[in-house]
Design a protein around this ligand. Structure first.
Ligand code: ADE
Ligand code: ZN
Length: 326
């Protein structure tokens, strides 16, 4: 079997997926029509042509604008269903998906509308594909601590349906320390914790995510490699990194996919996983991200099997459920 088919067929978990980032241009147009929302594009081709980013902020500006077509529970359910159908085709057996409630509540869409729709999509994916999933509520780090606390409050009735809190959006200038108290409160409420750190921000932000936010998993983490002591600490502690190769390429975190540091991560003993981040914007779902690493020729079948295995080990599934996937 060639490596491409081997990698595609591996059972896997996806641990870094922004559900709003799975909004394909075709669905953006369909929802704009359904909800009578104006979008600043004339065609699907024009939307795709706009997806040229030179950094994270370039992308976020378009991503938040795109989310404006999401209005009803039905829209959120359709969005989630489209993602899960696509993920199931890539042999994803379990997904832990981020959602950004503030992107919706700040434009008048109630928290309950977004979460109810997503939960309906999650239930139907389990019934249809046997694909299990968990929800991670992300705070937008460009907004303030007070807004994050308000979002945590809005989540209170849903605590049994939310696995973890996360931290996303513009990283530079918004260090994890800004959310230390919110994450402490989330921990007291029984939620697990993850954070984007070291995507564009320095290794210091990864230190803060570990020491101040007490994260259970690290999203991206690329810049940890700038700090050998930090890299050794992450390896020693078995911290999972949710790495996103095509995102790194599209957002210019790496210049060339063949120079992606995934091999260095594995050789340093890091528990790295492969994920799609915002597949509708970055040109590929999870299997495309695995396959993008083949041409460099530095990973063999054993390495890819390890990456897929890591995705279950790094998930928030209970140990007995993880064991069934290995
Ligand atoms: N929100 C959606 N995708 C993101 C990313 N890659 N980094 C930070 N925030 C995001
Ligand atoms: Zn992300």
């Amino acid at each position: 079997m060639n490596l491409d088919a081997f990698v595609s067929g591996l059972p896997k978990a996806e641990l870094h997926l922004h559900i709003e980032g799975s909004l394909e241009p075709e669905m953006m147009f369909a929802l704009a029509a359904r909800n009578k929302v104006e979008i600043p594009f004339k065609s699907v081709e024009e939307v795709r042509a706009a997806y040229e980013f030179s950094n994270l902020q370039d992308f976020l500006d378009i991503y938040y604008a795109g989310a404006n077509v999401l209005r009803s529970e039905w829209d959120f359910c359709d969005l989630a269903t489209a993602y899960f159908d696509r993920a199931a085709a890539d042999n994803v057996r379990h997904a832990e998906i981020f959602f950004d409630p503030q992107t919706h509540t700040d434009r008048g869409i109630p928290f309950d509308v977004a979460i109810d729709g997503l939960l309906a999509g999650m239930a139907s994916a389990e019934a249809k594909h046997g694909l299990t999933s968990k929800l991670i509520l992300c705070f937008l780090r460009h907004l303030d601590e007070e807004a994050a606390f308000a979002t945590l409050k809005a989540a209170e009735p849903w605590l049994d349906r939310i696995a973890a809190v996360g931290l996303d959006s513009s990283e530079l200038g918004h260090p994890p320390s800004k959310f230390e108290r919110v994450f402490a409160r989330a921990g007291e409420m029984g939620l697990l914790r993850v954070a984007h750190a070291g995507e564009e921000g320095p290794a210091d932000y990864v230190h803060e995510a570990l020491d101040l936010l007490h994260v259970d998993r690290l999203d991206h983490g690329n810049r940890s490699l700038d700090d050998p002591a930090l890299t050794a600490r992450l390896a020693r502690s078995g911290m999972t990194l949710t790495v996103c190769p095509l995102s790194n390429l599209k957002l210019c975190v790496v210049d060339d996919i063949d120079a992606h540091p995934i091999e260095r991560m594995l050789r340093a003993g890091l528990r790295a996983t492969i994920n799609s981040d915002d597949p509708a914007y970055f040109g590929g779902y999870v299997n495309d991200n695995y396959r993008a690493l083949i041409p460099a020729g530095r990973l063999d079948a054993k390495d890819f099997a390890r990456l897929a295995r890591n995705s279950f080990l790094g998930s928030f599934l209970p140990d007995d459920a993880v064991a069934k996937h290995l």
